[in-house]
Design a protein around this ligand. Structure first.
Ligand SMILES: NC(=O)c1ccc[n+]([C@@H]2O[C@H](COP(=O)([O-])OP(=O)(O)OC[C@H]3O[C@@H](n4cnc5c(N)ncnc54)[C@H](O)[C@@H]3O)[C@@H](O)[C@H]2O)c1
Length: 438
């Protein structure tokens, strides 16, 4: 009978049996025989460990196929001298007083526009994005190609990858982080709640952990959301209002982000500015947003669902054109004060801000559809439905006086003008039939 056959089921007991065998019953020859056997097994065990380490991926390529919310941490290739050279070149500012900005979520809608605007004015920009498939990744790849032409390199990786973030800060001492990577969308949160925790909470904390410990600490500007106003009914929404009634898990994770930002500012002296974006739209936009899929469905002759609140109440949004949002982001970066900590320790009070970035003129969703009908020259098949309780709120309206005062933020594009630009881009982008929209 082998010793495995006789092994008891609990590990504690194995230990006990072994000690009694060796010390109370064993004679000299048997003791030597057992020692030899033990040595052979130890070598076999060590060999197995060695094989395991040789076959397992590098720390930069953690595989987590079993957990779909962490799928984005798989198989990224980074590192090496050619890669570092690209990182450095992309992050190099044209002038000595230019900013050096790490843009997370750079292949996203807002990230692409902000990265390209920063690069155009001479700042150094490096992007990071995990290119997840929440929506068609080919659109993210097309944005990446666009940025590449302007000299912006997007590192493919996840903000949860601490080793990667540390490496990036080792290669480039970023003065600023523009943090836009997140799991967006309110309805998808009921389908995949883990992805919101992964990107919006764990990812944000990981990023802040790295930022607090590097020297010098960067100043951080990050995207919160108008959704933090949740079920509030007092309009326009002001930064001074309470934000404790989120209507979706997405909103709750953004609200959590604001509290987490407060903590890292308080403990480590990180300079943190949160921007509450109000329904951003425009060219290269997000296919999961109403203006985008309405356009697609109207062109296909498909019925579109237009929601109304109780008692035929109007559902309206403070639609904000992407160029205005970009100006707000740049204003926030330019007015961000330096972080005050070093080596993970706070040295004095640091800046902590939250701004609304909206358009201050809510438009009913039915009016959005009418504008699209005129621009597309196609009549929409409207299906009026009751607003479901799955995350959407009835009304958003930003008070932007604080951003106006502090950032010089002044939106200039009305919905008609902005949608015209979006529709022109949409028709051009999807016209050749190659980029089929699902
Ligand atoms: N677009 C809007 O109307 C709007 C409104 C309010 C707030 N926001 C916020 O603004 C930011 C940008 O939004 P967007 O519209 O550009 O969304 P987006 O989905 O187009 O961009 C987010 C990008 O982040 C990347 N990403 C997600 N998780 C990541 C991770 N763990 N590691 C690395 N990359 C990751 C995605 O691949 C994507 O390219 C987000 O934080 C979003 O929550 C957007």
């Amino acid at each position: 009978m082998s010793h495995i056959d006789s092994a008891p089921s609990t590990p504690g007991k194995v230990k006990m049996e072994k000690s009694s065998y060796f010390f109370t019953r064993g004679g000299g020859a048997r003791w030597h025989y057992s020692l030899a056997k033990l040595t052979v097994w130890s070598f076999a065990f060590l060999a197995l460990i060695l094989i395991f380490f040789l076959r397992s991926p590098a720390p930069s390529a953690i595989t987590s196929a079993a957990d779909p919310s962490r799928r984005s941490l798989r198989n990224y290739n980074w590192g090496g001298s050619a890669w570092e050279k690209r990182v450095r070149a992309s992050a190099r500012a044209r002038s000595s007083n230019g900013l050096t900005v790490l843009v997370t979520g750079a292949a996203g809608f807002v990230g692409t526009h902000v990265s390209s605007a920063l690069k155009r004015r001479g700042d150094g920009v490096l992007g990071i994005d995990n290119f997840n498939d929440y929506y068609d990744p080919s659109l993210k790849r097309a944005r990446q190609a666009l940025l590449e032409r302007t000299g912006v390199f997007i590192v493919e990786g996840d903000i949860n990858d601490e080793a990667l973030l540390r490496k990036l800060f080792e290669v480039v001492p970023f003065t600023h982080v523009m943090h836009l990577a997140a799991q967006a969308g309110v309805r998808y949160a009921m389908e995949n709640p883990g992805s919101y925790v992964h990107s919006n909470i764990a990812g944000f904390v990981n990023l802040l952990e790295v930022c607090k410990s590097v020297n010098p600490q960067p100043a951080i500007v990050w995207a919160s959301s108008s959704s933090v106003y949740g079920l509030n009914t007092k309009v326009p929404f002001s930064e001074k209002d309470r934000t404790d009634q989120p209507a979706s898990l997405y909103a709750a994770t953004k609200k959590a982000g604001e509290e987490i930002a407060h903590t890292y500012n308080h403990i480590y002296g990180l300079s943190l500015t949160g921007l509450r974006f109000f329904t951003v739209y425009g060219p290269w936009g997000r296919p999961d947003m109403a203006y985008f899929f309405f356009t697609k469905d109207i062109l296909k002759g498909k019925q579109i669902a237009i929601f109304e609140a109780a008692n035929h109440g109007t559902v309206a949004r403070d639609f904000t054109y992407i160029d205005d949002i970009v100006k707000g982001c740049l204003g926030a970066l330019d007015t961000a004060e330096k972080s005050t900590g070093s080596g993970g320790k706070k040295r004095g009070p640091a800046q902590l801000r939250v701004f609304n970035l909206g358009n201050t003129s809510p438009v009913p969703v039915s009016e959005l559809v009418s504008i699209l009908e005129r621009l597309l020259k196609v009549k929409a098949k409207r299906n009026i439905m009751k607003l479901p309780r799955n995350g959407d709120v009835q009304y958003t309206h930003a008070n932007i006086s604080y951003a106006q005062r502090e950032l010089g933020y002044k939106p200039t594009t009305d919905l008609q003008t902005g949608l015209k630009k979006f529709v022109r881009w949409y028709l051009n982008y999807y016209s050749d039939g190659k980029k089929a929209v699902e």
